[in-house]
Design a protein around this ligand. Structure first.
Ligand code: NAD
Ligand code: DAU
Length: 360
């Protein structure tokens, strides 16, 4: 379907939170090169273990007039207010979050602070801008809807039933954004998407973790019976969806974003093994599938996610372009070519660099 309504909104000073993470860095890279956007991007990120400025080193060098980085924690309301004033912020795209479900089970505290309190601080700062403020876009997850059985899809009107501390904290932030739209007329949109994959994903999440372990001949941990299902969305498709919603979406609305690619975890792990065996065979021709190890299940592990993105398709004309097979192939190849990036992550060198840069 063709897009009917072209953007009439021009953001001059867009504050992106969490821009040094996986999706945020892909989004900034996509937007700064987009002919429909000529404004500035102010990237606010406190650089947790998941934030890596190296993800945007080339952008920082090539676009110094339009790309500004601020190492700030969104839990620090005072600093946030100053940034909104200093850069005359007129829009926000909010990615910053603690994002890993397993970590939220072991230590939920930071999830509550960043995902709930941090979102609240941003909403307050945006509200204080009054009529100057044009849009707060909140990036959220399909996990807020809970778990599906063998059939059915999450729609925008599916009731919230979050099952992990991570998804509960994201659900809470969604509600806050909605409440600020309803109560204070803050212009806001929300997107709830499925599992992203692609370049720059931190290797704690399934796909990069399996690629790296397989390359190093380590065991490939599959939780439970490996038959949990996720829908997989190529990160560039997601970035395009976010920008489409930000520029043509209706304020106060939620849009689901999906990749049309439901997969069982075990199938994904096998596919990665086969791609690597083909393009980078292991020593002695050993098949990587032999490294697959079934391990204890994640507590509260959601069985199946599946997204109905008909609203986004029908109303705003978006659909995913990448097939899972080609997206996975590209992703594996990307990781194979990132020796320096991976070394810096594995040795913790990127964290040491951050400490040195921001020690004062
Ligand atoms: P990520 O973990 O790769 O990156 C998160 C970024 O936020 C990092 O750069 C980190 O330094 C920053 N950050 C964390 N706490 C912060 C704080 N208190 N102040 C400032 N910055 C902080 O996450 P991601 O995978 O890129 O996810 C981005 C957003 O998309 C999150 O809101 C997540 O809930 C949502 N989401 C992710 C997926 C996915 O598959 N990755 C799917 C659906 C929704
Ligand atoms: O659905 C959207 C969500 O997708 C996002 O909101 C989260 O931020 C993002 O982390 C992701 O959550 P998941 O828990 O689905 O992603 P993860 O990569 O951790 O796990 C994907 C599936 O693979 C899940 O069923 C658990 C399983 N898994 C994961 C790891 C890390 C394994 O079997 N083995 C593993 O080692």
């Amino acid at each position: 379907m063709k897009r009917k309504n072209k953007s009439k909104i021009a953001f001059k000073n867009l504050l992106v939170t969490g821009g040094c993470g996986f999706i945020g860095s892909n989004f900034i890279r996509y937007l700064i090169n987009n002919k429909d956007f000529s404004g500035r991007i102010i990237n606010v990120d406190c650089l947790t273990y998941a934030g890596n400025p190296e993800n945007l080193a080339d952008i920082a060098a090539d676009y110094s007039a339009r790309y500004i980085f601020q190492k700030v924690n969104i839990c620090d309301a005072e600093k946030l207010d100053k940034i909104f004033l200093k850069y005359d912020v007129d829009a926000v795209c909010h990615f910053a979050a603690e994002s890993h479900v397993d970590r939220s089970i072991k230590a939920p505290g930071d999830f509550i602070q960043t995902n709930i309190v941090g979102t609240f601080n941003l909403l307050e700062a945006a509200k204080a801008r009054g009529d100057k403020f044009k849009l707060f876009h909140h990036v959220s997850t399909d996990e807020v809807y809970g778990s599906l059985g063998a059939k059915g899809f999450f729609r925008e009107d599916t009731p919230y039933r979050p099952n992990s501390p991570y998804s509960a904290s994201k659900a809470s932030s969604d509600h806050l954004v909605r409440a600020y739209y309803k109560t204070f007329s803050l212009p806001a949109t929300i997107s709830n998407c499925s599992n992203n994959y692609g370049p720059y994903q931190f290797p704690e999440k399934l796909i990069p973790l399996i690629i790296l372990n397989a390359l190093e001949g380590k065991s490939l941990p599959v939780y439970g019976d490996g038959k949990n299902v996720r829908d997989w969305l190529y990160v560039e498709d997601h970035c395009k969806a976010i920008w489409r919603i930000m520029t043509t979406g209706k304020h106060g609305e939620t849009y689901n974003v999906g990749g049309n690619a439901e997969m069982e975890n075990i199938i994904i792990v096998q596919m990665i093994c086969d791609i690597l065996d083909e393009i980078k065979p292991a020593r002695g021709g050993k098949l990587r599938r032999n490294l697959i190890t079934f391990v204890n299940d994640r507590p509260g592990h959601d069985r199946r996610y599946a997204i109905d993105f008909a609203k986004l398709n029908k109303e705003l004309g978006w659909s995913p372009r990448e097939s899972f097979k080609s997206g996975l192939q590209k992703t594996v190849e990307w990781y194979l070519h990132q020796k320096k990036w991976l070394k810096n992550i594995k040795t913790g060198a990127y964290q040491a660099w951050i400490k040195e840069q921001y020690s004062s």
